[in-house]
Design a binder for this molecule. Structure first.
Ligand code: AP5
Ligand code: MG
Length: 191
């Protein structure tokens, strides 16, 4: 099994690249943001709860997010490996992920982080907000709050994986194809 955390601030290109890499390496892509949005669309209790945080640009509480992620992993017992996109985002989530990958006799092999300057992120997300219908893209203050939340709670996870010698930073600015190449170099080195 090869399990990758695809990391980076809001708008770094995690979802775009995960869609390509999941095909290329036959991995299951789990985006916690996508699972929350699916629940919002279907008006579930989880969706209602998540929406109250997401619309403000804040993280959904750890216990809710961790249980949901675990359930998504368990839905795919035959997986060749996973690309985690948007998870973990806090120290507690990283600890939980290590624990339950251990329970299935597996582990996280690498955190690959897309590095993009904040002002580029804001531009990308404002641009997408014109068409995406995502309430958290529609307002510059909410976009900036998402980025602030990333620096408050998530950026420190680089240290968590660096200490385990599993951190790889990749320049996230360029064409989509160029960035896929950079990520593939890292992943090919793990196989
Ligand atoms: P989530 O859905 O994870 O959103 P995000 O991390 O804020 O970021 P995005 O998905 O918007 O960006 P991305 O990095 O995937 O980039 P993308 O490929 O889309 O989370 C949303 C919310 O859910 C959170 O705020 C939180 O409330 C909650 N949540 C989710 N996970 C959670 C967790 N673990 N714990 C707690 N709460 C959680 O690209 C962005 C744009 O840029 C697109 O328009 C794309 O076309 C464009 N683009 C991509 N690549 C390039 C390129 N190379 N050049 C130019 N443009 C590009
Ligand atoms: Mg995404």
């Amino acid at each position: 099994m090869t399990n990758i955390v695809l990391f980076g601030p809001p708008g770094a290109g995690k979802g775009t690249q995960a869609d390509i890499l999941k095909e290329k390496y036959s991995l299951v892509h789990i985006s916690t943001g996508d699972v929350f949005r699916y629940n919002i669309k279907n008006k579930t209790e989880l969706g209602d709860l998540a929406k109250s945080y997401m619309d403000k640009g804040h993280l959904v509480p750890d216990n809710v997010t961790i249980n949901m992620l675990k359930a998504e992993v368990e839905k795919n017992p035959e997986a060749n490996g996973f690309i985690f996109d948007g998870f973990p985002r806090t120290a507690a989530q990283a600890e939980a992920l290590a624990f339950f990958m251990g329970e299935i006799n597996s582990q996280i092999d690498a955190m690959v982080a897309l590095e993009v300057a904040d002002e580029v992120l804001v531009c990308r997300l404002l641009e997408r907000g014109k068409v995406s219908g995502r309430p958290d893209d529609a307002n510059e203050n909410v976009i900036r709050e998402r980025i602030a939340e990333y620096y408050r709670k998530t950026d420190i996870l680089k240290d968590f994986y660096q200490k385990k010698d599993k951190y790889y930073g990749v320049n996230g600015v360029g064409t989509i194809g160029e960035i896929t190449e950079r990520l593939s170099e890292v992943i090919d080195g793990l196989l």
